[in-house]
Design a protein around this ligand. Structure first.
Ligand code: ADP
Ligand code: MG
Length: 220
């Protein structure tokens, strides 16, 4: 999606820039504030769109997927420590449970942190002060582990449930939401050879489960 938006965006940017240059050449137009403000507003909006698509693409570019030895409990605790101030301030009750049967996995620490951060951030936004967040790590199959992040927040209506991974789907428009968090997250999970699932009940809470391979899958 981001690629498909980027190309016409680049064309708009170039053409609008050209129009501005042409206007600037003629003194009568260059002095016309309304004209210049209008074209500058177009350019600024294009820039805003470009920033969004850059964020979407940024994670997929350049950096190859690492295969470090990862202790999931540590990685999750690092992310929670990063969010510790907000958790403390809002009196959240947070628990992390890792089954003994969970091995170290070969994965990418940076991507994992980004994944957990996005999901937990959404939970925090959905939870009331004093709410509960439980992270459970289990052995899912011979080859996979599961990380379930469960909150007792507002929950997601059935109709929205299949849309939460779509880019730009957000119920926080005007409240700082971009609707990019989960689309980026699901892209990252795919890069790691995993899968992300969601279950939710309005008024009860939400559980996101990230399935991760213990060893990275070979690319065909
Ligand atoms: N834990 C959660 N509880 C309730 N709603 C959630 C939760 N996680 C995601 N959502 C819903 O999914 C939408 C999309 O999430 P996301 O892609 O991270 O975008 P954003 O957080 O910027 O809105 C949110 O706006 C919210 O409606
Ligand atoms: Mg979010």
């Amino acid at each position: 999606v981001a690629h498909e938006i980027n190309n016409p965006l680049a064309v708009i940017n170039e053409k609008a820039g050209l129009i501005k240059d042409l206007f600037s050449m003629k003194e009568e137009w260059a002095k016309n504030e309304k004209l210049m403000n209008t074209i500058n507003a177009v350019l600024a909006s294009v820039e805003r769109c470009a920033n969004i698509t850059r964020r979407l693409l940024g994670f997929m570019r350049n950096t190859g997927v690492a295969a470090e030895s990862i202790n999931l409990k540590e990685t999750i605790q690092e992310v929670l420590a990063f969010l510790g101030k907000e958790a403390e301030y809002r009196s959240f009750h947070i628990s992390v449970h890792v089954d003994d049967t969970v091995p170290l996995i070969a994965s990418d620490r940076g991507r994992l942190q980004e994944i957990f951060l996005n999901v937990i951030n959404n939970s925090f936004a959905a939870m009331k002060d004093g709410g509960h967040l439980d992270v459970t790590v289990k052995r899912h199959t011979q080859d996979m582990v599961s990380v379930t992040i469960r909150d007792d927040g507002c929950g997601i209506p059935k109709a929205d449930l299949e849309r939460v991974f779509e880019p730009f789907f957000s119920t926080k428009a005007g409240k700082g939401g971009t609707g990019l968090g989960l689309s980026i997250t699901s892209g990252l999970v795919q890069e790691l050879g995993g899968e992300i699932r969601v279950e939710s009940e309005v008024g009860q809470g939400t559980a996101f489960t990230v399935l991760l391979p213990i060893q990275p899958k070979k690319k065909e």
